[in-house]
Ligand binder design. Structure first.
Ligand SMILES: Nc1ncnc2c1ncn2[C@@H]1O[C@H](COP(=O)(O)OP(=O)(O)O)[C@@H](O)[C@H]1O
Ligand SMILES: [Mg+2]
Length: 300
């Protein structure tokens, strides 16, 4: 049997420190937490974990600092089965970190630090490995890395998926024409095409370059997408679930979508596959396995 397709995920990995608290009082305050956990977060990292859980192979390309958060993140990704040989530990760099305060109602207060001193030069990326890949999935947090990897992927005939998540307009405008599948979030498409509606944003993305599919994920409203040559957008509805925690639903959607593309699914099937993965993540606050996803697609 051929080995499962490889999805290379490039971008952000974050050490998420989650504190369960009674309340988030106004300062000055000292708060005792009821619970604490640490784990990997970040769009591309969550996408890589999803691609593995769903039966693919995944590699993560990105940077962490050579500090107290960097190595545990590398170990956590490796423990999930993600190849981390393209995760660079940068001397003197500071790893991206999130402090997530969750109150008893599930409301979140998030403090995020994007990292520092990680360098932007993509020259060290192992781009020759793209030749063996089924898809490249990128987030916009390391634009120079996306530009280099997307060009190499295009040259190798490997499809590129972009998570068009909230970012500076100029970054999204620069990255979108470099990719084949531009899949935005609601705030992301507003950043990409300020003052325009979602449908106009999709049309702008398709007109900007050789983009094949443009989409916007809209939480429990599902995903609105348009392929090059379509005269109007199509909606893939969300699967009805009781959501407990929608954090990471979009990241999992992107990892699942990239795997679907790598497996050769057509766009309607890939959207449904990814929507089922996002719904299960929102329901369970955990990334589903392939068996769970197949069950949802079969209506179990
Ligand atoms: N509450 C929900 N119920 C069902 N599906 C959901 C829910 N939240 C997210 N999803 C699925 O996951 C996809 C991505 O979630 P979304 O919230 O749009 O992304 P992000 O987390 O990036 O903001 C949605 O298009 C949908 O298919
Ligand atoms: Mg998102």
């Amino acid at each position: 049997m051929a080995s499962p397709p490889l999805v290379i995920c490039l971008g952000n990995v974050v050490a998420d420190h989650t504190f369960r608290v009674e309340d988030v009082p106004a300062p000055p305050a000292k708060i005792a937490a009821r619970g604490y956990s640490i784990g990997p977060g970040g769009m591309a990292a969550n996408a890589a974990i999803a691609a593995v859980r769903l039966g693919g192979r995944a590699a993560f390309w990105g940077r962490v600092g050579e500090d107290m958060n960097g190595e545990p993140l590398a170990e956590a990704l490796a423990a999930e089965g993600v190849d981390v040989t393209g995760l660079r530990r940068v001397p003197g760099g500071r790893t991206p970190v999130g402090a997530v305060l969750v109150d008893p109602r599930g409301e979140r207060t998030i403090i995020s630090f994007r990292g520092s001193g990680l360098g932007t030069d993509p020259g060290w990326l192992p781009l020759d490995r793209l030749k063996g890949a089924g898809a490249l999935c990128c987030d916009p947090r390391w634009p120079e890395g996306v530009a280099a990897a997307a060009a190499a992927a295009r040259a190798a005939g490997v499809p590129v998926v972009l998570d068009g998540e909230r970012s500076e307009t100029r970054i999204l405008v620069d990255l979108v024409p470099r990719v084949d599948h531009a899949i935005f979030s609601v705030p992301g498409i507003a950043n990409y095409a300020p003052g325009r509606g979602p449908e106009e944003g999709l049309r702008q993305a398709l007109a900007s370059g050789p983009v094949k599919v443009a989409a916007v994920t809209q939480g429990e409203k599902g995903v609105l997408w348009m392929a090059a040559g379509d005269d109007k957008p199509t909606r893939t509805p969300a699967f009805a679930v009781e959501a407990t925690n929608t954090t990471g639903a979009g990241d999992v959607f992107h990892g699942a979508y990239a795997l679907a593309v790598a497996e050769g699914m057509d766009t309607p099937r890939a959207m449904r596959f990814a929507a089922a993965a996002g719904a299960l993540r929102a329901r369970d606050a955990a990334t589903p396995t392939r068996a769970m996803l197949d069950g949802m697609l079969a209506g179990a």
